[in-house]
Design a protein around this ligand. Sequence first.
Ligand code: SF4
Length: 310
Amino acid sequence: MDLLQISNLYVNFTTKAGVVRASDGVNLEIKQGESLCLVGESGCGKTIVALGIMRLLPQNAQISGKIWFKGKELLSLGKEEMRRIRGREIAMIFEQPATCLDPVFTVGDQIAEAMRVHERCSGKESKEKAIDLMEMVEIPSPQKRFKQYPHEFSGGMQQRAMIAIALSYNPSLLIADEPMTFLDVTIQAQIMELLKDLVSKFRTSLLLITHDLGVAAEMCDGVAVMYAGEIVEKGRVSEVFKYPKHPYTKALLGAISNDGLKPIKGSVPELTSLPSGCKFHPRCPLVRDVCREARPEMKNGVRCHLWEKS
Ligand code: SF4
């Protein structure tokens, strides 16, 4: 059974510029213990899907569809029940840890506080557990670091602290939204390794959001490629990256190939004025008349008219 199943998730925002179709019928599944990567260019709606799962979308979002998690439909839950699930069963780490840590409390207190709230343990016990967690996420000198404030931590150390807070709840699902974006390359590799180890140790399912296909290939079992608010291809990482079928997936992989960078022509469309038919058609080298007229259905993991016919 799937741990998480998203079906027909639509998220719109009404703005002065028009209706922003940020998620346009997204369907996704994650099994217990599986790691799935949601990839795509910036602005394609990946974060909106994550915030939808967490029920953290802005109030003006118009949402429809179903998000099933452990048999519960999250979009229909009361605020209190959702608050219990958020954190305890589904945790999220963000791209900018500095904005998530409270500058007026020590890092150790923030990790221990998470323990106190969710594990209902005493002050002494929560401190011991927090120090253990800091050690587990490889924060050096955890006894000393426990008493330090976020501004005394580097970006990489702040992200380790956020991972410790997220894992303090022992969640079934961890959502990591571009967790390496603002870190330099060597720290990125360390955080990637750390996340990979911890996810396997805690048997946590992972939804990793990234624009970096190298990270996706390294970390995940499954991949879903998103373009302009919809999933255009999904499957096992080993299959999709070796034998991509959708022209957009091929273009993304081509853009990082060893033969030199091949930029994808054109740009991601405005979510307020999406192209007719296939949303990728203005950029697709294989476009034909039907692509401009009819939206392709997802079939066998690919949303493309050419693939439908083959
Ligand atoms: Fe390209 Fe047509 Fe397939 Fe869209 S449906 S990706 S335009 S071939």
